[in-house]
Write a protein that binds this ligand. Sequence first.
Ligand code: MTE
Ligand code: MO
Length: 396
Amino acid sequence: MQNRVRRRDFLAGVGVAALTSRCNDRGVPTSDAGPATGAWPEKSPALVLHAERPPNLEMPLQYLGHDLTPNELMFVRWHLAGIPLKVDLHTFRLTVAGHVQRPLSLSLDEVQKLEPVSLVAVNQCSGNSRALFSPRVPGVQWGGGALANAKWTGVRLRTLLERVGVRPGARSVTLRGLDKPPIEGPPPFVKSLDVERALDPDVLVAWAMNDRPLPMLNGFPLRLIVPGWYSTYWVKALTEMTVLDAPFDGFWMAKAYRVPRAEGADEAPDRLAAETVPISRMNVRSLVVQPEAGARVARGAPYPMQGIAFDGGSGIARVEVSVDGGVSWRDAQLDPDLGKYSFRRWRLAWTPTEPGPKTIAVRATSVAGEVQRPTPQWNRGGYMRNAYERTPVVVS
Ligand SMILES: Nc1nc2c(c(=O)[nH]1)N[C@H]1C(S)=C(S)[C@@H](COP(=O)(O)O)O[C@H]1N2
Ligand SMILES: [Mo]
């Protein structure tokens, strides 16, 4: 029972008035990353506004200090203006159809009666840290905070696919949410997974985040969790899945969210890669959470540096920290492992001896042996940044 999530009222919704009037009430400019976003339902006023319709909200980096990101602090990313603000659970259905033996249509209640599985996994947007790309690329100018970590609970997608009986020759599964494009706009947000990926027992149709219902803006009532992969596949307000006997070539697979096939997803602005592939697994990455950029650190006393590291699902083997901008490195201690898809916290005490500007750098190595790159890559989408980040501080 503990994993079952029920809403008190069957018609779950959030304040639509709050969503539409928020900007006027607060006089917040709509075009650029701005100040607090107090009236977004179920969301902390600490989130930074990048766009209004649909809402795109970034988490300030200091909150990476939580191992599990509190629900109200998790970043928000939507593509289409017509996002669900209410879901009528009397009529809501999750359907699985297409190249299957027995198509299914389930209410939320019926989904929640299936065997629950929980795992901790990083939710990271493909374009996290796009603002650091040089030359600049178009798209939401995320700093580092399109990134979060949570415990997700739901049923295995595999269980649903076993129920419907995938027919021989099945190749892909399409995933669609309740959100809708404006009349003249981009096509509906439909993603797909190859059948082999869809059958991975760690891919979940989740109804809970940190043991609570998903916030409306993070995909209530159900969302896909594809641990280890960029969250463009983590379709929110998931309502329709179709098994196909062919690869899916919809806009959001064939045109958007593609990266150069080359190692590191690298290309040059004046020599764009001829061959691209759909983005998939996250590369290894680490960030400094403390001290923050620009902080003053006292000389002669141990300062508790800390931060996070994660990769695409092998786990973190090692984190090294440099306080001289990357010349010499020391091993950090790692906190207990919360699972191979989770943040792994690193810590290292630093006692600075000389005053002046210093640069902290951090680099992680995954269990699979992948190391972060010393220099940033570039690609036209602003995806997959994983260079060592450098944090300038002043010792005084
Ligand atoms: N239905 C739907 N699901 C979606 C999207 C969307 O636009 N519509 N955006 C995806 C992208 S690109 C990201 S980064 C994640 C963000 O998840 P969050 O808003 O819960 O942080 O949702 C994914 N799922
Ligand atoms: Mo994203």
